[in-house]
Ligand binder design. Structure first.
Ligand code: ADP
Ligand code: ZN
Ligand code: ZN
Length: 839
């Protein structure tokens, strides 16, 4: 039988393409499977979306191959991805591709081999006459038979006529071209060891053999136990190559094989298994704790919603240290009890090893962790396990919102206010926190958004009844919230009560905590040594030549680096403007603070162990974890760091938190900067005084002590901050009242980019009540990586256009007009719905 299907391809544009599939089983069973189809001159992998009922008036090609035996997207996932594509103005194919591990969308490629040896002289001659031909031959040589595509070759030699040159080279019998399919990530097989299927069936069989072996050979007994434990405890079968860890060798394997106690065969292995064990950062199994009254009330409400198995969104607003993790654990247990699965989203995996350890201690192998630190193969295995219902709980960063979980009953979004949930670098530019609401609705699941400092958007939704608000006002284990003091740095400086970046007050507190062996965290929102270098005589600051941004000073290498594009230069010996030799540091990064503190303490005769935690010191594998372990055990006294120390750390011994400079975030020109400052400061402050024995103290050093974001952090009244800030948002037409959309236009020719930006923006009407269009204007970061950027901002009024459909209608129209323009030259347009950045 032949049926026509509409297929989504992983390319831009909101079109589906029709192909025919010849099949025996039901047509419906093909929906959600991958299909290898020819498209233009290539063959690529798309996704079967729906049957096409009408007869098209063009000839339909047949799908070359259907790649899956069963759908990899179920109906709910297709619906979810469709919603995502429509809302974030992405193509359905692009969204489906995002939802999959990399490397499973094969495409047609070519493998080129040189048939002749070409001498250096011939090459030189060729270079003079046909330079592109010579370039292509060198590239082919360097590929050494690796597969490629004509498009990639065209990019490398900078010419579109690659096919013609290739044809000529084939004609001259210089090369041979063979079509191949790109490598696809698949399951890994290896030799594995299993308990003998006939002789060792039950635990009793195993014990008997184990005991009798122990008398004869300790090593053999050990190996048998290892194989048994591995297979039975669901770690997966033991790879024979993983023997090293067991102190056993090949002869022991042979002996057990001969005794028919184990079997060896080729089998699928899990690349995530057999990983080195690291010391857990969890303090204890929290599921055994007795709930506080507040906790137990909240848990009951959530549990009730989970049992009804219907969509229900909650906002859990609990102060830092209120035990939100325990509430998550209880909710997860409830979902598992009624046989539904769970998704936990966290802002960043590498920054939250402690949280993961806490969940792992309770749920063990039921939980699968997905993140960008995994290799392609590891990620593939995790994805496949989820797809096959082999895990009950998935924990991951924003991309995990697309995990193929069947029968999803609960979604938890921890620290829901974090902006890492927003993907803004590529299509689809989604916010996983917002998509969690959509997915929970489609899957009839319960959603828990948790935070000590909810985003204004979520709190507004809770106040207006869209979400149920759950509040916990007290810390869990009898601990009190810390005292928070603000030091006005301007007047401290005037009164000469400042040493470098440290106020006398903070320094004295550090000294006394050190005496008591209590832990200290110092927070500075900037890594490196100091922020920038400035000419003492003319005030010139060295800028990046690609990005129009100040370069950051990195002292150990005496370099200036651009944090955007990586451009690096040595520190100039004199000012490039006035020639002065007096070039000085302004601002301070973590590294400078570390050095200053060390010197100041030394002058007082105090030796302290200081550790610095930022991107520069934690890039090595395991470094971050080690730093936390050392700090937790008291091997280090002071932990100085960037945002990394703000997130989720739960150590009892921290009694003092110092915020060295509270203002840096505040001065960024963005409507969310005040909200972010408040959230960041409150989160850092929340690391102090956990554990109940010592009342924690937080010292905030600021040059703007009267700004609400700083003042209210000190009094801890979230509601006061919310009311202050929400009014400003309303007055200025920002979220949650309006949708905030940015359209970025960029390219290498500023004038041309501006013209096209104006043309695009003029397609959006200016005098409608549904939305307001501002710009195009030069972006604040006008030039990045040699591209000029213009930005048009749209504020879409939710009162008149709640779903945003009017705006979407105009955006889609403008997009289709610009479809051709976009593919010409280097002009790009990025539409970012619910944008988090306007600079
Ligand atoms: P949050 O995420 O809300 O900041 P955590 O989940 O990290 O708070 O909990 C803070 C600390 O309080 C943790 O060490 C946790 O084990 C502990 N804790 C939570 N609930 C209880 C409880 N009911 N009894 C005792 N300790 C608790
Ligand atoms: Zn100068
Ligand atoms: Zn740069």
């Amino acid at each position: 039988m032949t049926t026509l299907f509409n297929i989504a391809l992983p390319i831009p544009g909101n079109k589906l393409y029709t192909y025919a599939i010849e099949h025996d089983d039901s047509a419906e069973s093909y929906i959600g499977r991958r299909a290898f189809v020819s498209f233009g001159r290539k063959t690529i992998t798309g996704f079967v979306i729906e049957k096409r009922e009408d007869k098209p008036d063009f000839t339909v090609k047949t799908v070359e191959e259907v790649l899956d035996e069963k759908p990899i997207f179920n109906a709910n996932m297709l619906k979810f991805c469709k919603w995502t594509a429509d809302y974030y103005k992405s193509s359905l194919g692009e969204v489906l591709k995002t939802a999959l591990p990399q490397g499973i969308l094969p495409e047609s490629m070519i493998r080129i081999t040189l048939k002749k040896h070409i001498s250096t002289e011939t090459m030189l001659l060729l270079h003079k006459k046909y330079s592109k031909k010579a370039d292509l031959i060198s590239i082919i040589k360097s590929l050494e038979g690796k597969e490629t595509t004509p498009a990639r070759l065209a990019k490398r030699i900078g010419s579109a006529s690659v096919s013609t040159i290739l044809d000529a080279l084939i004609n001259d019998e210089i090369i041979e071209c063979e079509p191949v399919r790109s490598k696809e990530t698949t399951s890994k097989t290896a030799l594995i060891l299993l308990p003998h299927s006939k002789r060792l069936k039950t635990a009793n069989d195993f014990s008997a053999s184990y005991l009798s072996l122990q008398i004869k050979s300790q090593k053999q007994a050990k190996l048998l136990k290892y194989v048994w434990d591995h297979t039975i405890n669901g770690i997966g079968p033991l790879q024979s190559s993983a023997l090293a860890a067991t102190e056993c060798n090949h002869s022991h394997v042979q002996a057990l094989l001969k005794k028919e106690l184990i079997e060896r065969q080729q089998g699928t292995i899990d690349r995530n298994a057999n990983k080195e064990e690291t010391e857990s950062l969890a303090k204890r199994d929290e599921s055994k704790l007795r709930l506080t009254t507040e906790q137990s009330e909240v848990c009951q409400v959530i549990a009730r919603a989970i049992t009804t198995a219907a969509f229900h969104p909650f906002l859990l607003h609990g102060v830092t240290g209120s035990g939100k993790t325990l509430i998550y654990i209880q909710a997860i247990q409830e979902a598992l009890r009624i046989n539904r699965k769970v998704l936990i989203l966290v802002p960043e995996i590498s920054l939250t090893p402690q949280l993961i350890d806490r969940f792992k201690l309770v749920f063990g192998d039921n939980i699968a962790v997905t993140h960008s630190g995994l290799s392609g193969g590891e990620r593939y295995d995790t994805w496949r396990k989820i797809l096959r219902d082999e895990v009950k709980i998935v924990l991951g960063v924003r991309s995990a919102i697309f995990a193929p979980i069947n029968n999803l009953g609960l979604i938890i979004v921890d620290e829901e206010h974090e902006n890492t949930y927003k993907q803004d670098s590529k299509n689809p530019r989604y916010n996983a926190r917002d998509l969690a609401v959509v997915r929970a609705r489609i899957d009839d699941a319960v959603l828990v958004l948790g935070s000590a400092t909810p985003s204004l958007e979520s709190y507004y939704n809770a106040k207006s009844g869209k979400y149920t608000l759950l509040e916990i006002k007290n810390r869990a284990d009898g601990a009190k919230l810390p005292f928070i003091d603000i030091v006005d740095m301007i007047s401290a400086r005037q009164n000469k009560k400042v040493n470098g970046v440290f106020s006398e007050y903070l320094l004295n507190e550090i000294e006394s905590r050190l005496k008591n062996k209590e832990g200290i965290i110092l927070f500075q929102n900037r890594r490196g040594y100091s922020n920038m270098l400035e000419c003492f005589d003319c005030g010139h600051v060295p800028y990046c030549k690609n990005c129009d941004l100040p370069l950051t000073f990195h002292k150990p290498k005496n370099q200036l680096r651009c944090h955007y594009c990586g451009h690096t230069i040595y520190v100039p010996s004199s000012c490039e403007v006035c020639g002065s030799k007096k070039i000085e540091e302004i601002g301070s990064g973590t590294q400078k603070i570390e050095e200053e503190l060390y010197t100041l303490l030394k002058e007082k005769g105090i030796e302290a162990k200081i550790a610095r935690m930022d991107l520069d010191t934690t890039s090595k594998k395991g470094a971050h974890r080690k730093m936390l372990t050392d700090f937790s055990s008291g091997k280090t006294d002071i932990l100085i760091g960037t945002q990394m120390v703000a997130k989720g750390l739960d150590f009892d011994r921290v009694s003092l938190v110092g915020i060295v400079n509270a203002d840096s975030q505040l001065l960024i020109p963005d409507f969310r900067s005040s909200e972010r400052t408040y959230q960041l400061l409150t989160q850092v402050a929340g690391r102090a005084g956990r554990g109940g024995k010592i009342r924690g103290k937080v010292i905030i050093q600021s040059t703007h002590p009267n700004y609400p974001a700083i003042k209210i952090t000190a009094n801890g009244k979230y509601l006061e901050f919310y009311q202050e800030e929400i009014q400003k948002r309303k007055d200025a037409c920002y979220p949650p009242f309006h949708r905030f959309i940015t359209i970025e236009f960029s390219g290498t020719e500023a004038g041309k980019v501006f013209e096209l930006a104006k043309k695009y923006s003029s397609l959006l009407p200016r005098n409608t009540k549904y939305f307001e269009v501002l710009g195009p204007n030069e972006a604040q970061l006008f030039r990045i990586r040699n591209k000029y950027r213009y930005i048009t901002v749209i504020k879409s009024n939710k009162e008149y256009d709640p779903s945003g459909k009017y705006l979407m209608h105009y955006l889609t129209a403008a997009d289709s007009i610009f479809e051709k323009e976009k593919n010409k030259g280097d002009f790009t347009i990025k539409v970012d719905i619910d944008s988090y950045s306007s600079i």
